[in-house]
Design a protein around this ligand. Structure first.
Ligand SMILES: [Zn+2]
Length: 477
């Protein structure tokens, strides 16, 4: 790494020139290839493929996912307002079954997964769909990080185990919720099972939340508690409606997963907004960096599978459990299938005019959900193996210059190897170039004006694991 970095430093201007020549030559090829970043990704920095992660992904089994979904559907309804204490029907039965399943995974991992019920009484007033005091319980399984300097850094992956029929407040109707969102919960459960057998530097939280259909109630509770406790959540993924591969538009697509990532941060302050209006950055929120990281990281593990980044917080008329995390200033994105079928979401189970309505298991694709679980697990593993993304990254604006001066705070991980500066044209959706700069906390990019490119910094460890990119804030005087 260090030797490579010094080579990069010495030849940096020549390399930059070469990159631009190569970029010009390759541009038509790149545009002819599939949408997204793969063809135009940061040159000189191939994403790593760790053999133990690849092995772990092969362990993800669609049969376990099918079993979980059929079991969750068997509880009849999982509406948050349904029975809490009936062992056969209602959300309480689902909650207890999920706790038992996470505990089983924990036993198989030698007890490393810590399972708890995060329950609370939601009072009426805040959420219109909660009209009387209601017990809401998140099922939370934590895999503690194995590296002291990284264990306080937490990555959260969730699905929601509550369901609804046509009416969100009907606690009695059948609400199988096979896709919305037993699919996401089953994927999370399978991730917990395979990932808890490995060691990661940082901590991973596998979670099944309740109250999503009542207004993201469980996720709000978790995110607000985390903020209050000062928990350092490095990233959050929600998996919601990740199981259907035949859209209402008739399109069958088993090789695409959408990742919804907001641009302007939900939590942006007025001061941050002023900076953004002045110098840009609306395409460089922590959520966008996270989405780019997922797309780039998953590629070598799942060639041909398209992680399709969508530049918006969520779909029209819809929200999800990532939003409470975004509101607290955490980087969070939502995964969803490529083409939805609204006949099988939020519908009473019935046949009408020869059409079957309802969120039933026959309309989900278990093998596809296994792929979704692999996308999540590959990205989570990369995040939890890599150093933290650089903090306090600044672009210095003390002087008017055609160079670009960057600085950042030193990371504290013992396996930290150094940093990479990345950049792209301001019109490019993905990072296109990178250069290793060694284990330093400042770097000047000679001959490249900060006015003409976007820059970022990421950390790299000795095994080649890279953090997501941090986008710099300006620092004057
Ligand atoms: Zn949902």
């Amino acid at each position: 790494m260090n030797r490579l970095a010094s080579i990069f430093r010495v030849f940096s201007p020549a390399l930059v020139a070469l990159c631009f020549v190569a970029a010009a030559l390759l541009a038509p090829v790149a545009s002819a290839q599939r949408r997204g970043g793969a063809a135009q990704r940061a040159r000189g920095a191939a994403p790593v493929r760790q053999p133990e992660v690849a092995r772990m992904l092969r362990e993800i089994d669609a049969r376990n996912i099918e079993r979980s979904i059929r079991k969750l559907v068997s509880f009849g309804t999982r509406n948050t307002l349904s029975a809490q204490d009936n062992p056969a029907r209602g959300i309480g039965a689902a909650r207890d079954w999920l706790r038992d399943e996470f505990e089983r995974a924990s036993r198989e991992s030698g007890g490393r997964l810590k399972v708890e019920l995060q329950g609370f009484e939601q009072q009426p007033g805040r959420f219109p769909r909660i009209q009387k005091p209601t017990r809401v319980t998140n099922v939370v399984a934590t895999l503690p990080g194995a590296q002291g300097e990284s264990a306080a850094r937490v990555y959260v992956v969730s699905g929601h185990y509550d369901s609804m029929c046509g009416s969100p407040t009907d606690a009695e109707c059948d609400a199988p919720g096979a896709n919305d969102d037993a699919s996401g919960v089953a994927a999370v459960l399978e991730m917990a099972r395979v990932m808890s057998k490995l060691r990661f530097d940082a901590t991973i939280v596998f979670m099944a939340v309740a109250g999503e259909e009542q207004g993201l109630v469980g996720a709000y509770h978790f995110a607000e508690q985390a903020k209050k406790n000062g928990t350092n959540i490095g990233a959050m993924f929600t998996n919601d409606i990740v199981g259907n591969t035949l859209g209402g538009n008739g399109v069958r697509d088993r090789r695409t997963l959408r990742v919804f990532a907001e641009g302007v941060p939900t939590s942006e302050t007025e001061e941050e907004a002023r900076t953004r209006r002045s110098v840009g950055g609306e395409n460089d929120s922590p959520a966008r960096q996270l989405a780019r990281f997922v797309e780039e990281t998953v590629e070598p593990y799942m060639p041909g599978f398209d992680v399709r980044v969508v530049y918006r917080r969520d779909r029209y008329l819809r929200g999800g459990d990532h939003i409470p995390f975004l509101e607290q200033g955490y980087a969070a994105v939502r995964f969803s299938e490529p083409n939805e079928d609204y006949n099988h979401q939020h519908q009473n189970v019935r046949t009408e005019g020869g059409t079957q309505y309802g969120d039933l298991p026959e309309f989900v694709d278990f093998a596809y959900i296994a792929e979704v679980a692999r996308v999540n697990a590959a990205a989570l593993a990369a995040l939890a193996l890599a150093p933290a993304r650089p903090s306090d990254v600044r672009i210095l604006t003390r002087r008017l210059t055609n160079d670009t001066d960057l600085q950042w705070a030193a990371g504290k991980e013992p396996d930290l190897a150094g940093y990479e500066v990345v950049w792209r044209d301001t019109t490019s959706p993905v990072w296109t170039n990178s250069v290793g700069v060694g284990n330093v906390t400042t770097h000047t990019v000679k001959g490249m004006s900060k006015d003409n490119y976007f820059f970022g910094v990421r950390a790299v460890d000795k095994q080649g694991n890279r953090s997501p990119v941090t986008y710099p804030r300006p620092l004057g005087r």
